[in-house]
Design a protein around this ligand. Structure first.
Ligand SMILES: *Cc1c(COP(=O)(O)O)cnc(C)c1O
Length: 221
């Protein structure tokens, strides 16, 4: 199967409420152009430098999602090119993004990243940390950030019960935050979860944004 067929097969398996982010990290421009010409407009990158370099060379109607960790010193570089940041996980980052977004006159959509996997190494908040952040004075002073939901990565595991339970945990976190902080806010609606190996489970648990790389592009270089 070629890229276009893989893309269409995945697209057609998604319920209408779920959007596909084609994760193009490490993939060459030609592969992204192929996906673009098959109608794909949402792309995800995990490194700010790579996102900026690619965005500069590809059509302007691509929406770039930053799905990897963002250091505060990279905010300025990436912000003009990015339409959503999935990896918000500290008040320092929130403040830096808001400041830079205000400077360039942009409103930026962000997701709070949660740590739901059993692995130690992944970034992300837990629920008490997120609540503390959302109750902070620093947060209430921000004007150029729109928090649109949550993001998480499940354990890298063949145990589908474990993976599903982690996605359901993220869904539960989403619902708790929605009720407590965003009940009047219709922008807070996204659950970014699910990758090539587990996006069908993520959809079962209520995902609205799946981030799929290798199942579209083949394995990474
Ligand atoms: C690489 C990556 C993906 C996509 O991974 P695949 O297994 O290739 O689908 C999704 N989310 C994040 C955060 C990633 O870094």
């Amino acid at each position: 199967m070629n890229l276009k067929d893989r893309l269409i097969r995945i697209q057609s398996a998604l319920p209408p409420a779920v959007r596909l982010i084609a994760v193009s990290k490490t993939q060459p421009l030609e592969a992204i152009q192929d996906a673009y010409h098959s109608g794909q407009r949402l792309f995800g990158e995990n490194k700010p430098q790579e996102l900026v370099a690619k965005a500069g060379q590809l059509p302007a109607d691509i929406q770039w999602h930053l799905i990897g960790h963002l250091q505060t010193n990279k905010v300025k570089m990436v912000l003009p090119y990015v339409s959503m940041i999935h990896s918000m996980d500290s008040d320092r980052l929130l403040i830096q993004i808001d400041k830079e977004a205000a400077r360039i006159g942009k409103r930026i959509d962000c997701l709070l990243q949660f740590h739901i996997a059993t692995e130690e190494t992944k970034f992300g908040l837990n629920l008490p940390e997120a609540e503390e952040l959302l109750q902070s004075e620093a947060y209430s002073a921000l004007h150029n950030i729109r928090i649109c939901g949550v993001m998480g990565m499940a354990s890298f595991s063949d145990d589908s019960e474990l993976v599903l339970s982690e996605f359901l945990e993220l869904k539960d976190i989403f619902l708790q935050l929605k009720q407590k902080f965003f009940s009047e806010n219709e922008n807070f609606k996204e659950l970014s979860m699910g990758m090539s190996g587990d996006y069908l489970l993520a959809i079962q648990a209520g995902s609205t944004l799946v981030r799929v790389g290798s199942a579209i592009f083949g394995s990474r270089f």
